[in-house]
Write a protein that binds this ligand. Sequence first.
Ligand SMILES: Cc1cc2nc3c(=O)[nH]c(=O)nc-3n(C[C@H](O)[C@H](O)[C@H](O)COP(=O)(O)O)c2cc1C
Length: 301
Amino acid sequence: MDLSVNIAGLKLKNPIIAASGTFGFGREFSEYFDLNLLGGISVKGLTLKPRKGNEPPRIAETPAGILNSVGLQNPGVYSFIKDEIPFLRRFDTAIIANIAGNTVDDYCRIAEILSDTDIDAIELNVSCPNVKEGCLMFGSTAEGISKVTSAVRKVCKKPLIVKLSPNVTDITEMAKAAEDSGADSVSLINTLLGMAIDIKSRKPILGNIMGGLSGPAVKPVAVRMVYQVSKAVKIPVIGMGGISDADDAIEFILAGASAVMIGTAGFVNPYVWVETLDGIKQYMEQHGFKKISELTGALLD
Ligand SMILES: Cc1cc2nc3c(=O)[nH]c(=O)nc-3n(C[C@H](O)[C@H](O)[C@H](O)COP(=O)(O)O)c2cc1C
């Protein structure tokens, strides 16, 4: 059975990737399972300088997911290079550096710095709803996406994935803008902008007032967007949003995803990535698929 995926030069031994911001730099989860089993790890969003993130509370539980307003807390790109790449390189899994910035120059600088390191791909986060400047500001219009993607493309020597926000009117326009500006792949969805209120105190639950919704609640929206985007662009699509098991992952793959990322479900079940991979293998065996690529977009619509 061939589970390997090639996303414009980014070689994954299987289609299961840990989603950015939910897996740190892999250290904690390496105590639960062998990270060699993963196709790849998208690390916590990196900025040029370290960031403390937003005021607490930064997580609010919702009936079928969570709202987070972490606000890109991270040690900065230089600390990642010095301390985290050597740790991650001990495992045979692709390292995807998720990056964010306040300005186009920030994105270019980080991409330039990371291009000379031993990572496998760069994922451009233009879709974080939890920071005041930049990020989602770029990702919420086709012009913004074109501007940042084409600038980064010029300096980025690694496969370039653009991560799309669902907080837009037409997701296909955003995906096409990324493709036309030189992206090798698009990943989607980032979190859906949301809010929760404590009616006793009459205050917002999150310190940042609003946050991003993830987990099972967003899955149907994410599957729909992956379906639409994979019909609209020729570049490979990486799907995510609420995947909790193999059946969920297979939905995304049938809808057109070449690979999937899993995030929030790992907070409930730290083995979700491995179990999902096993379930995909079983499904392929039962349904006579020899290659995972045969499953991508195999929806009978
Ligand atoms: C606590 C938390 C932190 C996140 N941080 C990032 C981040 O730094 N960069 C990014 O691109 N996405 C970030 N995300 C979004 C996830 O990577 C993913 O797109 C989203 O959660 C949907 O997938 P899921 O439902 O499997 O979690 C974060 C999500 C959560 C829950």
